[in-house]
Design a binder for this molecule. Structure first.
Ligand SMILES: Nc1ncnc2c1ncn2[C@@H]1O[C@H](COP(=O)(O)OP(=O)(O)OP(=O)(O)O)[C@@H](O)[C@H]1O
Ligand SMILES: [Mg+2]
Length: 171
């Protein structure tokens, strides 16, 4: 099991938002969490990511207990988070926003799961023609795609460029 959430309880102030929340995600599986407004979907993701501290329960990632880890440690363990409020870097251009996600390593070409800049551009073609446009000058939906791209670039189980793509100039 890639991700296992077991009987998580999380409070948002006085509100007992998560009450014995459990879910499983296997490798290669896509799991959608559905529910009415205020039901605790965001709280679930924040509790996994360490942005909220659960009062009880467990979060296991690849069998490793990461419950209550600080967000940077959860990210290092291999979990990416796409915040709904996007959190792009508005003064940096599209390419720099993507490069901010890179954690190091080198692509040897043999890993089919590796996310490269080229693969991001294939997935989100609008970015290719607008690499030097500032994040602030993208539409809301374009910013959301950029956030997804940045998060994919950070997946540490894949291997990455240590050097930026050809022609890359920081903003
Ligand atoms: N920072 C906070 N302080 C106090 N209560 C909060 C806070 N954030 C969320 N809550 C409450 O916790 C509960 C769960 O909220 P959460 O944001 O997880 O819901 P959600 O399922 O993501 O909703 P939506 O579909 O509207 O995004 C709600 O009752 C909400 O009002
Ligand atoms: Mg929400």
């Amino acid at each position: 099991m890639l991700l296992e959430v077991a009987k998580l309880n999380t409070y948002n102030g006085q509100s007992h938002a998560l009450q014995d929340m459990s879910l499983h995600v296997g490798k290669g599986e896509v799991v959608a969490l559905l529910g009415r407004n205020g039901m605790g979907k965001s709280t679930t993701l924040k509790s996994i990511m360490g942005l909220r501290k659960p009062s009880s329960g467990k979060v296991l990632f690849s069998g490793r207990d990461i419950t209550g880890f600080d967000p940077f440690k959860v990210a290092r363990a291999g979990i990416g988070y796409v915040p709904e409020e996007r959190r792009i870097f508005p003064t940096l251009n599209v390419l720099d926003n993507l490069m901010m996600g890179v954690k190091g390593g080198r692509i040897d070409g043999s890993d089919p799961d590796a996310w490269t800049i080229e693969r991001i551009f294939r997935q989100f073609p609008f970015m290719k023609d607008r690499t030097h446009q500032k994040g602030a000058h993208l539409s809301g939906g374009e910013q959301q795609m950029l956030t997804i791209g940045r998060t994919l670039m950070a997946i540490p189980s894949c291997s990455w460029w240590t050097s930026p793509p050809k022609g890359y100039r920081p903003s």
